[in-house]
Design a protein around this ligand. Structure first.
Ligand code: SF4
Ligand code: ZN
Length: 117
């Protein structure tokens, strides 16, 4: 259960204000915001960009286990999809050039018709 950073009262994940001390919760609980959670024993801050560049002033730093502002220090290319295979590239090219494919089909058909005569 989450707790209020000021008075430690338990609060709902969707709360925008502490029910006990009325603190406005700016980072937690805003509907539509992703709440990042740790997946092991390590705190989120250990791999967070805002801890690395020392721009975070959240009270739960450096031991946050849940955080809405977490941003991984992992470079984006680590998360990118692997390069498409040669077959996938050909498939993509064929699907994005339907006009050329139709023209090629017609040429092939005419060639076959000329040859069978
Ligand atoms: S933004 Fe969250 S995860 Fe990142 S350093 Fe601050 S408290 Fe930790
Ligand atoms: Zn409170």
């Amino acid at each position: 259960m989450l707790s209020c950073p000021r008075c430690q009262a338990p609060i709902e994940p969707t709360a925008i204000q502490c029910p006990r001390c009325q603190l406005t919760l700016k980072a937690h609980g805003h509907p539509g915001m992703t709440l990042h959670r740790t997946e092991g024993d390590e705190a989120l801050c250990a791999t967070c960009l805002y801890d690395t560049d020392d721009t975070c002033n959240f009270p739960q730093r450096p031991t946050a286990t849940t955080c809405t502002l977490y941003r991984s220090v992992k470079p984006a290319e680590d998360l990118a999809l692997p390069d498409p295979s040669f077959g996938q590239q050909i498939n993509f090219w064929l699907r994005s050039h339907p006009g050329l494919m139709a023209l090629g089909g017609l040429l092939l058909l005419s060639l076959v018709l000329v040859l069978v005569r």
